[in-house]
Design a protein around this ligand. Sequence first.
Ligand code: PGA
Length: 252
Amino acid sequence: MRKKVVAGNWKMNSTIDEAKKLTSEVVGILSKEKQNDAVVVLCPPYPYLGMTRRDIGDSQISVGAQNCHEADSGAYTGEVSTTMVKGMGAEYVIIGHSERREYFNESDELLAKKVSKVLAADLIPIFCCGESLEIRESGNHLDFVKQQLTQGIFHLNATEMEKLIIAYEPIWAIGTGKTASSDQAQEMHKELRDHLATKFGDEIAEQTPILYGGSVKPANAVEIFGQPDVDGGLVGGASLNSRDFADIVKAI
Ligand code: PGA
């Protein structure tokens, strides 16, 4: 059985008070209502990592960072290392979100380094991939996204790959209210799993969680998560609302 995962990506949102309230509400609701064994991860902005980890207490929720630098330490003003996020209690790191790729010019080559760095720190990368609307309309989306995996993670060895989580996030569905149909999500996820198998073999491909991201809401989560190759979600907007986020977790 593949691990099911729901990760909330808060992006650059929430004041410190809002972050505390959101965490305590999510912990409160899930401790009463969660009846599945999905892994739940909260990815707050860097400054709230330690606080969020402490506020979660001993409930079964993990913390993740939204990014990290590819070097161990040094003269990189404004950057944050894997050791730092790990020291704050993070267990996961989102790598290669389309917003990082686009606004911060993160290349496949850079992301390949970041993935290795995250694994070397014994953290779990949530490696993001996904196509723009233009690429989808050109009909080249399957090859494009497979290529992102080839460039970003195919340098890993089997032991490293066993730890990785993938998130497929079509850019045209992020924050737009448009979701990929469950058929579109399933088609891509199956294609990506088959692609992983060509490099890492069937066993690793079968056990790698592939999350869907892009306007996941309580109203569409059940159908999307019901697809055989969709193993959970990376949730942006809806993760800022405790009720919605908890309902998405329950939809697994
Ligand atoms: P969204 O964001 O759920 O707001 O579309 C998803 C993401 O960017 O991870």
